[in-house]
Design a binder for this molecule. Structure first.
Ligand code: BDR
Ligand code: CA
Length: 308
């Protein structure tokens, strides 16, 4: 069982990724850390607690960064993608549990030091918490087991601009710090996540399964499907971005990778773009370039609460 710290900015695909992760016996989610991104950090924390509660799981949650590393936040959040509440406007209760008092960045540092070479970090929001942790305690770079990041679009176009993917665009400097840190990273970007679409009929099956949690996820993901269909008419599904990072953490054979350096453009028209570096440049990371989408989708669906 891999011990995992799961760093999220809980919107809709983060919520699916949380469900997938906590239902996967290969992973021991020791804590979730939250970051602003799809929503403000307080909302991301609330959503994370709410999703865990719906799933009947009690795992500690730690609130983290509320703004980028060293620039002003971008205007607004992704409410058109994830809903006013970040969960497709299905949240009709306040979670009973609260986040722990420790700051997410300190929690990451503390756990990595306490469990040397044992902790996998899965990060599926802006990379601010991870960048702050590396800046504050560079020694953790050598002590982390591995890091799986949903972010970037290395050989394909972006999703929030023609060049940039949302998580990297939200805090390009944080991504730059993380990619240059020497951490053992696998980058699960749009290169592969746009190949793993969740068809609408699978979600209808969750609704028809007759469970409260199935209906909760079906309604939430229905909002995401509507956004995807509107943005890309005829696409027939929504991107399983954050769930694919969980899938790769469980089973790296789901993807093929290229071991290269990745840079980040931090200004101008291409702000937030992830670019492949020349062969000589270090450090290198594993960039996912191909995915076995049918095998991943089957694995993911089996582990969703009302999965089949
Ligand atoms: C990423 O951006 C966020 O909106 C999603 O949750 C995912 O992490 C996809 O570009
Ligand atoms: Ca996310």
């Amino acid at each position: 069982m891999k011990k995992v710290i799961f760093d999220v900015d809980t919107g809709i695909d983060d919520a699916m990724a949380i469900a997938y992760a906590v239902n996967s016996p290969e992973l021991d989610i020791i804590g979730l850390t939250t970051c602003y991104g799809n929503v403000a950090v307080d909302e991301a924390t609330r959503n994370t607690l709410a999703v865990l509660e719906k799933l009947g799981r009690n795992i500690p949650v730690f609130a983290g960064a509320d703004k980028p590393l060293n620039r002003n936040p971008r205007e607004g959040f992704a409410k058109h993608v994830h809903g006013e509440d970040g969960l497709g406007n299905v949240l009709d209760f306040e979670p009973q549990t609260s986040a722990k008092s420790e700051y997410a960045v300190d929690y990451i540092i503390e756990q990595v030091k306490k469990l040397p070479h044992e902790v996998t970090i899965i990060a599926v929001g802006p990379l601010t918490n991870l960048a702050l942790a590396v800046q504050k305690a560079p020694e953790i770079v050598e002590l982390v087991s591995d890091v799986v990041i949903m972010g970037g679009a290395v050989f394909v176009p972006g999703n929030v601009t023609p060049h940039a993917e949302a998580n990297i665009f939200t805090d390009p400097e944080a991504a730059e710090v993380v990619f240059a840190s020497g951490l053992p990273i696998t980058l699960v970007g749009l290169d592969v996540t746009m190949q793993t679409l969740l068809p609408r009929q699978n979600v209808d099956a969750w609704r028809n399964a007759g469970s409260e949690v199935g209906e909760f996820f079906a309604n939430m993901v229905g909002f995401y499907h509507d956004f995807y269909e509107c943005a890309n008419p005829g696409i027939g599904g929504c991107g399983l971005h954050d769930p694919l990072a969980v899938g790769v953490a469980i089973d790296p054979s789901l993807v093929k990778t290229k071991y290269i350096g990745v840079g980040v453009i931090t200004e101008g028209e291409e702000d937030g773009r992830t670019v492949p570096l020349s062969e000589e440049e270090e450090p290198k990371i594993n960039v996912c370039t191909e995915v076995d989408a049918p095998r991943f989708l089957e694995h993911f669906l089996k582990r969703m609460p009302a999965g089949q």
